[in-house]
Write a protein of this length. Structure first.
Length: 95
């Protein structure tokens, strides 16, 4: 089990991550066992649903729309050891 957080910086994604929702392409590659990934707002509890399911040694992507949490943070949880790739590809503007 592991958590990573996508944190805005002054040089990477700072404008997009201040938006209420981010669009990410999340890819799992080289997992050691089957598992799942959950993307959720940083600072909030992890929901019980998953955004991506995988089996051992699989490479699989999924497009995810996630609410951005306090401080512009999006958290990614994986239930098994794997490499994660997360690209921010867009956002939804504030209404």
């Amino acid at each position: 089990m592991a958590f990573i957080s996508i944190v805005p910086s002054s040089t990477l994604c700072s404008i997009e991550m201040r938006r209420p929702s981010a669009i990410l392409n999340v890819t799992v590659t080289g997992p050691t066992a089957g598992g799942f990934v959950t993307v959720h707002p940083g600072g909030e509890g992890r929901p019980t649903s998953s955004n991506l399911n995988y089996v051992a040694n699989q490479t699989i992507p999924n497009l995810v729309v996630a609410k951005v949490g306090a401080g512009g943070i999006v958290s990614i949880y994986t239930s098994a050891s794997t490499h994660l790739i997360a690209d921010v590809v867009g956002y939804f503007p504030s209404p």
